[in-house]
Design a binder for this molecule. Structure first.
Ligand code: SF4
Ligand code: SF4
Length: 323
């Protein structure tokens, strides 16, 4: 069952919430990105944001604790709403939940998740590089606002959403949904690992600059390095985590100088297989939400959908253990 909110009431609705919650939503400046809203009129819902909302859950650098006191840097957080999130970006949180809330619980991530209400807006149509329709994403939201012309039809997806909806319970109910068409199709294979030695990896990697822009923009890439910054007394300092990238040679370097993925093709191969195979094998969910951002941003036009669709087509597959 859903609620109805007239579009002319949207600003009033969000303005009311702004006193209690920090509102994050897409804004259009140089490009469209999620940002903390100062003025409700800034909200821009006509395009999928170029950058995802990852920075609100995983900033590029985050201090964990100081030493020797071992005080953990857990900030007091105002509750917040991310309004106008796309379903792909909402699904990226389900992927991160697997990593940071199941088994080992990352307290920093947990706090941010608990304090955030997700309000999604369905896409009218896919953008050029979107392939979310190929990945069995969930329809995930606390509230979903569906544009039905003069109003938003609001669906409730969680207890958090239900509590929020009580703030405007006078509105009438209605029901209608839209279906989406998808243009970029990922041909799902049962096991991409069997193409581990395909020569396509090397061919594609010739174009790769190891610039890591794909990793930086990817909503589900959260690998990090741990860095200690010690002050001049050498007695005090702080430990932080800083975003890292599997496209960098240094990523798999261990003490003694051994590097596990020396060549660019090994690193590109790992990126693609981790996104579309390894993670799914372990967690039953892809480490990819089909947002297409890595394809859009890559200066060399490397496209993981094309790669995975073309694996196995080359007549001269690489030999086993060939580098
Ligand atoms: S795949 Fe593209 S964006 Fe990613 S590291 Fe290589 S060149 Fe950069
Ligand atoms: S791998 Fe590419 S398409 Fe998949 S979630 Fe990351 S940026 Fe989006």
């Amino acid at each position: 069952m859903g609620k109805l909110l007239k579009k002319e009431d949207l600003n009033r609705f969000l303005s009311n919430l702004k006193g209690i919650y920090e509102i994050i939503a897409p804004v259009k400046k140089d490009i469209v990105r999620y940002d903390v809203i100062k003025n409700i009129n800034e909200i821009y819902l006509d395009e999928k944001p170029f950058f995802s909302a990852k920075k609100f859950f995983f900033p590029k650098k985050e201090t964990l604790f100081d030493f020797p006191q071992r005080r953990h840097f857990k900030k007091r957080m105002k509750p917040r709403i991310i309004f106008g999130m796309r379903n792909c970006d909402a699904n990226s949180l389900l992927v991160l939940d697997k990593l940071y809330l199941e088994g080992f619980v990352d307290e920093k991530y947990k706090q941010k998740r608990e304090k955030t209400i997700i309000i999604t807006i369905p896409c009218d149509e896919p953008e050029e590089n979107c392939f979310c329709g190929s990945l069995n994403l969930k329809d995930y939201y606390d509230l979903k606002f569906i544009d039905i012309g003069p109003s938003y039809y609001i669906e409730v997806g969680s207890e958090k959403g239900k509590r929020l909806v009580h703030r405007f319970k006078d509105h009438k109910m209605i029901g209608e949904k839209q279906d989406l068409d998808f243009i970029k199709i990922l041909n799902k294979r049962n096991d991409l690992k069997k193409y581990f030695n395909d020569s396509l990896w090397e061919k594609e990697a010739e174009k790769c600059l190891s610039c890591s822009m794909c990793v930086n923009i990817c909503p589900t890439c959260t690998c990090f390095d741990i860095v200690d910054e010690v002050d001049l007394s050498l007695k005090e300092g702080k430990r932080s985590r800083i975003s890292d990238s599997c496209h960098l040679k240094s990523f798999t370097e261990i003490s003694g100088g051994k590097i596990f993925r020396e060549s660019r093709y090994e690193r590109l191969r790992h990126f693609v297989l981790h996104k579309l195979q390894y993670f799914k094998d372990k967690h039953n969910i892809n480490l990819c939400i089909g947002c297409g951002r890595c394809i859009t941003i890559c200066p060399s036009k490397i496209d993981l959908v094309e790669i995975s669709n073309n694996l196995g087509k080359n007549k001269n597959p690489k030999k086993q253990n060939d580098k």
